[in-house]
Design a protein around this ligand. Structure first.
Ligand code: AMP
Length: 220
């Protein structure tokens, strides 16, 4: 299945996508992670994206779409994929349809993780990420066993520079202006399943798996 995760920054997409990907045995493709990796390696793509990421703006569609197109053409994506952080604009959603159609595929399910804006800011402020495996932790809701160290791979945890309060607020505004219209875009196409993102991490995951199973039945 090709699954899109939709939700504001801080809704829990990364944490949930990682678990769902493991459960379904398909890759988790997160555009934010791809950009951060390019940035770390100092590639031309990373240099192009840096200023946008630092300001909490979206990287231009053309650049983002080309990056995703290349990632989706890799053989591990053949059985399906969980897209996290893409599409983020209607233009990207249309491009995704075109790219998938080129592989004889389509978006099968969109899981929209709904969280209220005031809760998003509370979550973003306690977020820590693993430098090596991109695992996501939270000081209050999902603390690592040892502070500063990833439970899974032992990597160093850090706080994203774009999680600074002034950038956070801007990222939520950018989401509301540019990405939230995708909720209707996918609802109209009958693909949208809404998940209450304010349940516990395990409950959100359980709701997502139920939605996937319903989606698989519909597909058959
Ligand atoms: P994320 O890790 O998903 O919060 O993404 C971090 C940053 O990467 C965003 O604030 C954007 O600057 C950039 N980014 C990630 N995904 C996209 C996308 N689909 N379109 C444009 N920019 C993106």
């Amino acid at each position: 299945m090709n699954i899109v995760l939709l939700g504001a920054p801080g809704a829990g997409k990364g944490t949930q996508a990682e678990r769902l990907a493991e459960y379904l045995g398909i890759p988790h493709v997160a555009t934010g992670d791809l950009f951060r990796e390019a940035l770390r390696q100092g590639t031309p793509l990373g240099r192009q994206a840096q200023a946008y990421i630092d300001r909490g703006e979206l990287v231009p569609d053309q650049v983002t779409i080309a990056m995703v197109e290349e990632r989706l053409a890799q053989p591990d994506c053949e059985p399906g994929v969980i897209l996290d952080g893409f599409p983020r604009t209607v233009e990207q959603a249309r491009a995704l349809d075109r790219v998938l159609a080129g592989h004889g595929r389509k978006v099968d399910l969109v899981l929209f993780i709904r969280v209220r804006p005031e809760e998003l800011l509370r979550r973003l402020s306690g977020r820590w990420i693993c430098r090596d495996c991109q695992g996501v932790y939270h000081t209050l809701f999902n603390p690592p066993k040892q502070p500063g160290v990833c439970d899974v791979c032992g990597g160093e945890l850090y706080q994203r520079p774009d999680d600074r309060p002034e950038v956070q607020r801007h990222r939520v505004d950018v989401y509301l202006a540019q990405t939230a219209p995708l909720i209707e875009f996918y609802r109209e196409r009958g693909l949208l399943q809404e998940i209450d993102g304010e349940q516990s991490i395990d409950e959100v995951q359980a709701s997502m798996r139920e939605a996937v199973i319903r989606g698989q039945k519909k597909k058959e």
